[in-house]
Design a protein around this ligand. Structure first.
Ligand SMILES: Nc1ncnc2c1ncn2[C@@H]1O[C@H](COP(=O)(O)OP(=O)(O)OP(=O)(O)O)[C@@H](O)[C@H]1O
Length: 268
C-alpha cells in the first residue's frame, strides 16, 4: 500500500493488483501492485528495460495484461480499449514527441479535446454541437495557459525547440481533461532550465489536484518533484516510499543508481 495514502480518507484514484505483462519469455512487468492517491505526483524509477514504459502502456490499454487487474476510481478496466480508457480520464505523454507536424500548436492541442469531450463534466450528459465546442475550447485555452503555450498557438512543431514541443504534448494531454496523467520521460533530451520548467509545470498541475505518474531517469528531478516513488527492476517493484527513502534503499542503489554511476563513469 502507498505510504502517502490514508485509505479511509482518500480512496485510491488508481490501483494495480498483481499486474504482469509477458512478451513470450520476457517478463517485462512481473506481478506488481500499487496504489495512486488523489492529487499527488508519483514517480517510477528504474534502469533501462526494467518495465516502466510497458507498465504505462498497460495502464493506457496499448499493451495487454498477461494477468492481474487495474482499477480506476473503483472500476476495473483491464479489458477496455485505449480510446475508452482515455475517455475515462487517463491521459499520457510518450517518450518521443508525437505531435502532428502539419498542424499548429493550437490544432494539435485541440485534437485531444475534440476526441475526448463527449460528456458534461458535472452531470455526465452527452455534449453536442456548440455546447461541446465551447467546453472543448475552454479546456484547450486552460491547458495552453497552464503550460505557457498560449503565445505560440499559431506555430508548427518544427518551429519549436524540443523542450517546447514536450510542453505542447503535455498541454495536449491536459486538454483531454484527465483525472490521471501518465508522463513517460517528459524531460528526455532537455537542458537543465527546461527540466526545471517541466518540474514547475507538474507541480502547478498538482496544485490543481491532478494525480500524476511520472517515469524519469533524472533522479534529482524525481526527488524534487515527486511525493512518492516506486522503484522497478526486471519487471518487479523493489522499493517504494518517499523519494528520500527510495534513493537510499540499498536495492535501488544497486539496481539503478549504482549502475547509472558506473555507466556515467564509463562515458567520461
Ligand atoms: N513489444 C515488445 N515485445 C517484446 N519485448 C518487449 C516489448 N516491449 C518491451 N519489451 C521488453 O520488455 C522489457 C521492458 O521494456 P520497457 O521498455 O518497458 O522498459 P523501460 O524500463 O521503459 O526501459 P527504458 O528506460 O529504456 O525506456 C525489455 O526487456 C524490453 O526489451
Amino acid at each position: 500500500m502507498s505510504k502517502t495514502s490514508d485509505p479511509s480518507a482518500f480512496p485510491p484514484v488508481f490501483e494495480a493488483r498483481d499486474v504482469a505483462v509477458h512478451f513470450g519469455g520476457i517478463r517485462a512487468v512481473d506481478g506488481i501492485s500499487f496504489e495512486l492517491t488523489s492529487g499527488k505526483i508519483f514517480g517510477v524509477l528504474g534502469p533501462n528495460g526494467s518495465g516502466k514504459s510497458t507498465l504505462l502502456g498497460a495502464m493506457t490499454g496499448l499493451v495487454h495484461l498477461t494477468s492481474g487487474s487495474f482499477e480506476f476510481h473503483g472500476s476495473a478496466y483491464a479489458a477496455r480499449s485505449a480510446v475508452s480508457i482515455a475517455r475515462g480520464g487517463v491521459a499520457r505523454t510518450f517518450q518521443t514527441v508525437r505531435l502532428v507536424p502539419s498542424l499548429t500548436v493550437h490544432e494539435n492541442i485541440q485534437l485531444a479535446a475534440d476526441q475526448i469531450w463527449t460528456v458534461d463534466a458535472g452531470d455526465g450528459a452527452p455534449l453536442r454541437g456548440s455546447r461541446r465546442r465551447r467546453a472543448a475550447a475552454r479546456q484547450v485555452a486552460h491547458a495552453m495557459e497552464l503550460t505557457g503555450t498560449a503565445q505560440i498557438g499559431s506555430l508548427r512543431p518544427s518551429e519549436l525547440s524540443y523542450g517546447t514541443q514536450r510542453r505542447v504534448e503535455i498541454a495536449r494531454a491536459i486538454a483531454a481533461r484527465p483525472k490521471l496523467l501518465l508522463l513517460d520521460e517528459p524531460t528526455a533530451g532537455m537542458n537543465k532550465h527546461e527540466r526545471r520548467e517541466i518540474g514547475d509545470l507538474l507541480r502547478s498541475l498538482r496544485a490543481e489536484g491532478l494525480t500524476q505518474l511520472l517515469v524519469e531517469h533524472d533522479v534529482d528531478m524525481m526527488v524534487e518533484t515527486c511525493d512518492h516513488l516506486f522503484a522497478m527492476n526486471s519487471g518487479r517493484l523493489i522499493a517504494e516510499g518517499t523519494p528520500a527513502e527510495v534513493v537510499r534503499d540499498p536495492l535501488v542503489e544497486e539496481a539503478y543508481l549504482g549502475r547509472k554511476a558506473a555507466g556515467d563513469a564509463t562515458r567520461q
